[in-house]
Design a binder for this molecule. Sequence first.
Ligand code: GLN
Length: 457
Amino acid sequence: VSSVELTREFLDRIKQEDGKYNSFITVTEEQALAEARAADEQRAAGNATIWTGVPFAHKDIFCTNGVRTTCGSKMLENFIPPYDATVTDNFRKAGAVSLGKTNMDEFAMGSSNESSHFGAVTNPWGLSKGEKRVPGGSSGGSAAAVAARLVPAATATDTGGSIRQPAALCGVTGLKPTYGRVSRYGMIAFASSLDQGGTMARTAEDNALMLNVMAGFDPKDSTSLDREVPDYTATLNEPLKGLRIGLPKEYFSDQLSPAMEEQIRSAVKEYEKLGATVKEVSLPNARLAIAAYYVIAPAEASANLSRFDGVRYGYRCEDPKDLMDLYTRTRAEGFGTEVKRRILVGTYALSAGYFDAYYLKAQKVRRLIQQDFINAFKDVDVLMSPTSPSPAFIQGEKTNDPVTMYLEDIFTIAVNLAGVPAMSVPAGFIDGLPVGLQIIGDYFSEARLLNAAHQFQ
Ligand code: GLN
């Protein structure tokens, strides 16, 4: 098929189906068809990469030149960036066809995609049972769109689980690379020391193809790392014989539901059949991860979000009386509840008198958590655990209780604090709802994670 035909096919599917899911904020039909036509010409001229003419979508956190980029917020409802994120640029150069921008929690804060200014996203698996369940968050739009086959692949970001948890809840495969592996330039900032762009698709192989395009050093991002990018598809078929798997005992506590434990243990058994060895390991400080994250992430967010002041870009309140009125009303009207909660928590934690007690303490805990992973990877190659404590929950169930919502991140967040890479891979069902196996690796072990995921699929 030609790229134009393929692109039309997916655009039609989005038109017919996305009313149910709300997984897109913006569909760029005209641009997509123009890109597809250009891709067909490139292909005819013999200039094709593997991505030339392939449709995909961007999480609406990546700046797209000339295309509205909202970050799920009223604050950026009408923001049209005059430049591309490096990730966007990389896909453009590879000839891929962007169908549009996927829905997300406002400023990527959330685990259910319910904090989006553009409405909640509905999980396709829940809907097939007649129930309105969350897709997970914050990359819930990307996950739901891939799960519903509205798009073969989508970009996503993971500051505290936002690729892995929605991938798990929607039954797709997602990868959060090592911090610094993918450029953050043009990716709207939430918590800069944690934010990392990554991949979401049906299979590990498709994730590898995406990472081949996304990974690499970028002089425009001072935290991007200058290391060679391997071909992530080259090692997908390596045998797993001798792979040393660690099961962190803290993640298999009596708090874990028996149904979830059974799914994960049976996935681990499959790995043993493939020749892997399994042992128990310990991440003694993992229990502190949620507490540390929910100080550090809001602290960084409070600083990053100070740029939305109604002066330079984004939402501006009507008829401000004076400068203070402009600032306060713009921010009161432009930000949603969860974003305001984070700004307040973060500002408090950074304020004189509380900095040492909260922020500095959280940073020390973060270092201990990082050391736990470094120690674990002296003995094993990968760690395995559930991705989320339970399958997709019903919409509205956790919205009035932020702490229960934050507990969704119990298995994913330590990884972000340490900066190591991790994946979520579909690993069965509980009551007809998908469950994810989390595979965590040492720094820059993306190829190994993709290999392990591919062999399992
Ligand atoms: N649940 C996390 C949070 O709300 C998800 C953040 C993320 O990865 N973008 O902060």
